[in-house]
Design a protein around this ligand. Structure first.
Ligand code: SAJ
Length: 477
């Protein structure tokens, strides 16, 4: 424990002034909650005045949220803290010098997951700006999801270079990974347990002081900074693994002529204290900003940090295999589509495909890393004409997204359900067939959205993920 750092902090006293770098899905709710806590005097939101995000500064200073979609309580909270003079957003990073604590919530995508090299450019820029204005005794917290080893490694190095101060001696440094989820940003920060990991005990204690006031039912879970980084990346790697296990089971069930959803219900029935199976849902693929990258952060951490990484020689990491299976599912949707067309002696060349659902997750407009994209590319490669429908998505670069379901279904040889939007559960087989104008249109269900028998009775060729019990049904004339 650094007594020098502790005495500097004792001289400063309790955290009163907070800075949040990065006004996005993570930073905005965090800043609003810090500003609403009576323990803190003011909160500064630091946002680069860039062409893509600079507009947020004025919006936030009017108490308006620049985030899309419904976020219960956020607009009201922002208006409250702005009116109370407790929160302001600024592009001027010199204000970091007045802060007792600064959190950084900046995206860390991968340029290309294959080479496992994350794109830390935005985070690096935020660290440099923070370091240049850092005062002695300030606590710096990374909230972004980072490769294990980043906080005590790259981040520490940049902050020390830019400030001339020494982490653990003259300023505190910690990692407190975000667990926000779209649609429940405030609730998650208040109610989820908060992992808080410092590079030393003094930093951990100071970070606990920062986060405790914003938690309601959530508890603080202290650990080291690197353990916190591993926890965050692993909690998403485990979810990706669970989904991959459900997807592999679905493929097995197709091969064995079994309905995976019956099997899933059976497995899920095994309950009781200490017994868990937590089987998730098979589907058309895994998109989003979290699961598609966090396993690679974890793997890279093990490679970069791992000293004697003992693993079965030549065996691929289970998390890497999980990623491969989840990335395979859109290709399996192509296979089911081609098999369906084959049953009606149709070639994909010139076929019309109505692709229902472009968002990566049901009842959302979020399209990040949508698994529908590789499916569309492969079907167009096979010569099909693909029309995309999504009731929530307004636009997507290079893709025309229709909100008119009837128009999308008009003349379709194939109807493919990629996202489990509630709109698709009520598709009427007779209506869909009439719109398609085909004797035996194909329906490919990637999210168990429709009743196979209703469509088979109407003369459709049905194919569904995991539906080994229906995928080779006789075609009704
Ligand atoms: N998916 C499946 N089967 C499932 C669950 C999801 O195929 O059983 C697919 C979805 O269709 C989607 C993708 O996986 O394409 C990701 O879905 P998700 O529910 O994991 O949603 P995300 O990507 O927004 O994950 C976030 C994560 N939250 C944070 O990183 C803070 C994750 O840790 C949460 O568990 C998840 O939200 C959640 O549970 O909502």
């Amino acid at each position: 424990m650094s007594s020098r750092l502790q005495s500097i902090i004792d001289g400063i006293g309790p955290i009163r002034k907070v800075g949040v770098v990065g006004m996005g899905y993570v930073g905005i709710p965090a800043a609003a909650l810090f500003a609403d806590a009576p323990e803190f005097e003011f909160v500064r939101g630091f946002q680069r005045d860039s062409p893509s995000s600079g507009y947020k500064i004025a919006m936030l200073n009017r108490g308006e949220s620049p985030l899309k979609g419904e976020e219960p309580g956020l607009e009201e909270l922002l208006a409250k803290v702005v009116d109370a003079g407790k929160f302001r957003c600024t592009p001027d990073f010199s204000g970091v010098a007045e802060c007792d604590a600064v959190t950084l919530a900046i995206q860390t995508p991968f340029k290309d997951p294959k080479d496992l090299i994350p794109d830390f450019s935005a985070l690096t820029e935020g660290l440099r700006q923070t370091g240049r204005n850092l005062s002695e005794g300030t606590l710096v917290v990374l909230e972004s999801t980072v490769t294990p080893g980043t906080t005590a490694g790259m981040a520490r190095k940049i902050l020390e270079e830019e400030s001339g101060l020494t982490a653990g001696e003259e300023f505190c440094l910690a990692h407190a990974p975000e667990r926000v989820m779209v649609g429940r940003l405030l609730r998650n920060i208040r109610e989820h347990d908060r992992i808080v990991g410092g590079i030393d005990d003094v930093s951990t204690a100071r970070a606990i002081e920062l986060y405790r006031p914003v938690l309601t039912t959530g508890k603080i879970i202290p650990m080291t900074a690197t353990a916190a980084e591993v926890t965050k990346t692993a909690e998403n790697a485990f979810r990706d693994l669970q989904i991959a296990a459900a997807n592999q089971l679905a493929l097995h069930c197709e091969a064995m002529g079994v309905n995976v959803y019956d099997v899933r219900a059976g497995i899920d029935s095994l309950k009781g204290e200490g017994i868990t199976r937590a089987i998730l849902w098979p589907g058309a693929g895994v998109g989003g900003h979290c699961l598609t990258k966090d396993s690679w952060h974890l793997e890279r951490g093990a490679q970069v940090l791992g000293g004697d990484l003992w693993y079965p020689h030549g065996a691929e990491s289970i998390f890497g295999v999980a990623r491969m299976i989840n990335e395979f599912m859109p290709r399996h949707m192509v296979h089911l589509t081609l098999e369906g067309l084959k049953r009606t002696d149709k070639s994909p060349e010139g076929a019309t495909v109505a692709l229902l659902g472009w968002a990566f997750i049901q009842n959302s407009d979020d399209t990040r890393n949508t698994p529908a994209e590789p499916y569309l590319a492969a079907m167009e490669e096979a010569g099909a004409k693909v029309r995309v429908h999504d009731p929530f998505v307004e636009r997507y670069p290079g893709i025309e997204v229709s909100h008119d379901l009837d128009a999308a279904l008009e003349g379709a040889d194939v109807v493919t359900i990629f996202t489990g939007h509630h709109h698709y559960a009520s598709l009427d087989p007779a209506r869909v067939k009439e719109l398609s104008g085909k004797e035996h249109p194909v329906i490919v269900d990637g999210r168990n959205a429709v009743d196979p028998d209703a469509f088979i009775r109407a003369g459709f060729v049905y194919k569904g993920i995991g539906r080994g019990d229906r995928n080779n049904h006789p075609i009704r004339e």
